[in-house]
Design a protein around this ligand. Structure first.
Ligand code: ADP
Ligand code: MG
Length: 259
């Protein structure tokens, strides 16, 4: 072969690098994880064991639904994951980006609860004396949020308008329908731009059509990139997530087995 030919290759690969993203590699980097969670409540002298060994992984941008019957411990799981309640002593761990939540100082647990997590509850939990706008800005005034009052009002207004409540800003919760209250509660959950939304039977108090509207709002947020963990006892609702797990007898079954 002549020198000229060697310097003019018809096809050449130079310093090629290629990494394949295997499914399991991605799954080893969850944004939120509950590991072997245990929780027993004390009722007088009686112990009520609720979670025996519940484990769950949530990937960034995923929507995980936990399906379980009433009393199975769904709210308990969400409270542990979201920093609202502690697991038992030696009762497993909650990890956010691989770091223990309950191993942090109280200040850091508060920060986690207030800025990384948004909560939506079945019964909205809006404060009746406050307007919808005030309810929505409230989490931005708690703890170590760095948002100014005017920025919080602006963001709250934008969120409420996005959820069709622009004309309700100065109303009290009692003047709103259930669906409107839940949309306001979702706006409140998003005010601090959380990484994860934890939704505890968010349609449980609503008729089917209104419930579907709320699920559409959540679906849109999820499509925009929000990570969602939703608990429900309703199979129809559960089927909307990327991934369904079943909470039964104190453990989370993978994959869900639906009786
Ligand atoms: P779910 O949300 O699936 O209905 P929960 O997590 O609310 O279930 O409750 C699971 C069980 O734990 C129920 O039997 C409930 O009565 C009990 N429980 C929940 N919270 C407490 C508490 N603070 N004190 C005592 N028992 C509780
Ligand atoms: Mg519950």
């Amino acid at each position: 072969m002549s020198d000229v030919e060697r310097n003019n290759p018809i096809l050449e690969g130079r310093h090629l690098k290629k990494t394949y993203q295997l499914g399991h590699a991605k799954r080893n980097n969850p944004i939120l994880e509950g590991r072997h969670l245990k929780k027993t409540y004390q009722l007088g002298h009686a112990n009520v064991p609720v979670l025996l060994d519940a484990s769950l992984e949530v990937q960034q941008g995923e929507w995980v639904t936990i399906l379980g019957s009433s009393g199975s411990g769904k709210s308990t799981v969400l409270h542990l994951l979201g920093g609202l309640d502690r697991p038992d002593e030696n009762g497993g761990e909650v990890l956010f980006h691989g770091e223990s939540v309950w191993g942090r100082s109280n200040k850091n647990i508060n920060r986690y609860r207030n800025t990384e997590i948004g909560f939506v509850f079945q019964f909205y939990h809006l404060l009746p004396e406050l307007t919808i706008l005030e309810n929505t800005t409230l989490p931005s005034m708690v703890g170590n949020s760095t948002m100014s009052t005017s920025a919080a009002r602006e963001r709250a207004t934008t969120l409420l308008e996005q959820f069709g409540l622009g004309h309700r800003l100065l109303h009290r919760p009692r003047e709103l329908s259930g669906g409107e209250r839940q949309r306001a509660a979702i706006a409140r959950a998003l005010i601090n731009e959380p990484s994860i939304l934890l939704a505890d039977e968010p349609t449980g108090n609503l008729d089917e059509d209104t419930g579907n509207e709320i699920l559409d709002v959540l679906r849109q947020l999820h499509q925009d990139g929000l990570t969602v963990v939703l608990v429900t006892h309703n199979m129809d609702i559960a089927s909307r997530g990327d991934c369904i797990v079943h909470l039964r007898n104190g453990v989370i079954e993978h994959p869900a087995t639906v009786a």
